[in-house]
Ligand binder design. Structure first.
Ligand code: NAP
Length: 283
């Protein structure tokens, strides 16, 4: 039995399987989710359920957050019974959501002033990697806090790496997701072009999957296109958000500017579908 008491905030597509990994690793886990019903699945698997972020951090030593965006982080820290309302010291808060480097720097400072630590620790990988503990975790923040949390990261990912000071994990993640956007749009454009010349998606995907361009992402998303399955594993609205964050950080290069535009245009119609629904926009 692992003894570090873990609090987990956010039980969406990623947070649900990630918190289950820690229950499976025999950590004592308490969860909190804004919509209460999502916590019931975790309760049935052995987690305790907290009524607020404040209660969660009071009860636990390390608190993980896996929620949508900057607004969610702000609400969870500053809301009624939020994390900052707790009178606690020596806690480590690990924000695994993809958010701006700026919000991480700001909350890192506020946590420090209260005698707590904040790490930004976004992840590469999607639901499948979350379910199997195969994520790639990039971390910004205090080295000693990172070392304290490292054994827990090892249950969630195949690689965990401290990149530098607060916010640097978020910056690395925005760079990776820019590349992810290129892959999604590039695959879609290649398939649409081939289809215009009467080459079916199935034939193209067999060629690509056996070529030097093959990758786990291309394979999974190619299958999704063939099966017309656009249910969100990674919602298009999240990559549109990430590209906005990257642009705010100064991303301004030829391909990235087109990528940004395509995903912003697609978001109103396809935001709640998977990233690969960009295929519909390209069509
Ligand atoms: P999701 O399924 O949309 O879940 C979002 C979670 O955030 C839910 O628990 C939601 O609570 C919570 N939330 C949203 N706004 C909130 C607010 N204002 N206050 C409190 N809680 C709030 O998202 P996801 O796919 O798990 O992604 C989570 C994060 O990981 C995002 O930053 C995303 O960019 C990143 N990410 C996702 C993937 C992926 O493949 N899905 C991969 C890597 C990184 P409710 O249940 O109450 O709505």
């Amino acid at each position: 039995m692992n003894t570090t008491k873990i609090g987990w905030i956010g039980l969406g597509n990623m947070g649900n399987p990630m918190s289950q990994q820690l229950i499976d690793a025999a950590y004592p886990v308490t969860v909190y989710n804004r919509s209460k019903e999502k916590a019931e699945t975790l309760r049935s698997l052995g987690a305790a359920v907290a009524s607020s972020p404040k209660e969660l951090i009071e009860l636990n030593e390390v608190v993980f957050m896996m929620v949508s965006d900057d607004q969610a982080i702000d609400d969870l820290f500053n809301g009624t019974d939020g994390l900052l309302a707790a009178n606690v010291r020596g806690k480590v808060i690990v924000n695994m959501s993809t958010v701006s480097p700026g919000i991480s720097k700001a909350f890192s400072q506020l946590c420090k002033e209260q005698g707590n630590y904040y790490l930004d620790a976004p992840v590469s990988g999607s639901v499948k990697q979350a379910e199997t503990g195969q994520l790639v975790i990039m971390v910004g923040g205090d080295e000693s806090a990172f070392q304290q949390v490292k054994p827990i990261f090892e249950k969630l990912g195949k690689l965990n790496k401290r990149i530098g000071d607060s916010g640097s994990g978020n910056t690395a993640k925005l760079a990776i997701n820019t590349l992810l956007g290129f892959y999604a749009q590039g695959l879609s454009e290649a398939l649409v072009f081939a289809q215009q010349h009467h080459i079916p998606n199935e034939a193209m995907m067999e060629l690509i999957n056996n070529s030097a361009l093959s990758s786990v992402f291309i394979k999974i998303k190619g299958d999704a296109i063939i099966n017309e399955n656009y249910n969100a594993a990674f919602a298009l609205k999240h990559i549109a958000k990430d590209l906005r964050l990257a642009k705010d950080e100064g991303l301004d290069s030829p391909l990235a500017n087109v990528l940004f535009q395509t995903f912003q245009q697609a978001e109103p119609e396809y935001g709640n579908e998977d990233i690969i629904a960009i295929m519909k926009q390209i069509r």
